[in-house]
Design a protein around this ligand. Structure first.
Ligand code: S3P
Length: 163
């Protein structure tokens, strides 16, 4: 099986659906954010604070090349915005965009102190980022799935898409 890379805005359900997919397909789930934190021995807020966002983007670019084969990868919300990271993902698997509405994403991420972009941006700024990124997720993914639907529906659509 080629890898499945789940992408989309913060709060769209990448980690949650990744867990469901890995249970269903019986393969490993790798959370790219958690992988980076482990490799670097720092949390994401610490990386952002100490080295800045561009450095974090380079870490994503580097570590996505280490994803094991036959796995589901839950990427961070900005990972596939970087064309180099997106290309690595597309060369080794299917990139699936979990397309959820901004309000749904926002209701899940608001006030989250583990997400530096949520801490430093207003709701309006996040909505702007969401709109800008949505075009790029569409461009950099193999297919998208309406992620406002139920867990079962989303799962079925992903499984259909990777056939
Ligand atoms: C980010 C999303 C986060 C994490 C980092 C930056 C982004 O992952 O990678 O805080 O730029 O959208 P989640 O999408 O899992 O929250």
């Amino acid at each position: 099986m080629r890898n499945i890379y789940l992408c989309g805005f913060m709060g769209c359900g990448k980690s949650f659906m990744g867990q469901k997919l890995s249970e269903k397909l019986g393969c490993t789930l790798v959370d790219l954010d958690a992988y980076i934190e482990e490799k670097e021995g720092m949390t994401i807020p610490e990386i952002f604070e100490k080295f800045g966002e561009p450095h974090f983007r380079r870490l994503e670019e580097k570590y996505i090349r280490e994803m094991p084969i036959n796995s589901i990868v839950a990427t961070g919300g900005g990972a596939v915005i970087n064309p180099v990271t997106a290309e690595t993902a597309r060369n080794t698997g299917n990139v699936v965009f979990l397309d959820a509405d901004f309000e749904l994403c926002y209701s899940r991420i608001k006030g989250d102190t583990h997400r530096p972009l949520v801490m430093k941006n207003t709701k309006e700024q996040l909505k702007e980022l969401f709109d800008k990124r949505r075009e790029i997720y569409l461009k950099h993914s193999d297919f998208s799935v309406n992620s406002n639907l139920s867990e079962t529906e989303i799962l079925d659509m992903i499984l259909e898409g990777i056939k």
